[in-house]
Design a protein around this ligand. Sequence first.
Ligand SMILES: [Zn+2]
Ligand SMILES: [Zn+2]
Length: 350
Amino acid sequence: MTGMRAAVLYGKKDIRIEEVEKPSAGPGEVVVQIKAVGICGSDVHYYEEFRMGKTYEMVEPQILGHEPSGIVVETGEGVTGIKPGDRVAVEPGETCGCCRHCKSGHYNLCGDVRFLSTPGNKGAFAEYLVIGADMVFPIPDRMSYEVASLSEPLSVGIHACELAEVKPGDRLMILGGGPIGIMAAAAALAFGVTDITLGDIQENRLQFAREHCHVKHTVNTGELKTEEIVERFTGGEGFDCVIETSGAPVADYMSVDLVRKGGRISLVGIPKDEAVQFHIFDIIDKEVTLKGVFRYANSYPLAIQILDSRVIDFDAVITKRFELEETAEAMDFALNHKMESVKTVIVNAK
Ligand SMILES: [Zn+2]
Ligand SMILES: [Zn+2]
């Protein structure tokens, strides 16, 4: 077998660098030499617990990583439009293409998805990855692979903005200043929203948002009452849209108080508990539109454009880089510095 190096997770906090079989391209597929992969919160969950929530349980050793970018090195039979040497961002979820969700363009809801780094689906903490040619998207020459790897979390931000129907003139509140909150801010700016308030309870995150993300206001949501936030930033009316990215149950609850009558809320953050409280009377009385956000669909070309536009300082989002051999250290770093870091990236300089 031709081999390649990969970081394989064997159990809780047990990552080993191993020689595994190098993939080759079948019909309609491409092989990408991985150059950068962002570490996602879900990767860290799997690393810590070998599972994520109740739904996703690892059953065998697993290669994590689903935010890759790299260079195409091989194309399979029938591939057109993509050639060896192309620099690309890789979308991680291949779907069936046949069900009602796929056919209607909402393929993120497909029940037959092979999403990189979920149980049974190899991820990208490796030297090479094989994937359908329609899952790779060329990036501009001037874009670094690290910034290109942000296409995945930025896609979540784009989808959250789409579902909250953010548009120019809106007053938008983003709850949570982690990677997804920052990416939602970037997407909203690209959508023409200038009045963005970002709320978090960590001062350093608020500072990062002020310094690098062009948000208009930041607010420590642990220090001000919801009514005070609404009064101070919207003159008492409420925000047109709220995007919840923190996953804190209290933030879910707050979102209904923060939004105006007829406003829209999109929920991205995943709370630890399955059931959280909402003000049902307020949702009804205010005619609030509440939407869940699950991954994204058809967003990569736009994500790449937004990254290239530098609407925020995307380079600053990359806190720290590790080589593939250091994947375990990278995971420990991401786990132990959740609050002080934004994005940790595995790079493959070779
Ligand atoms: Zn992710
Ligand atoms: Zn489908």
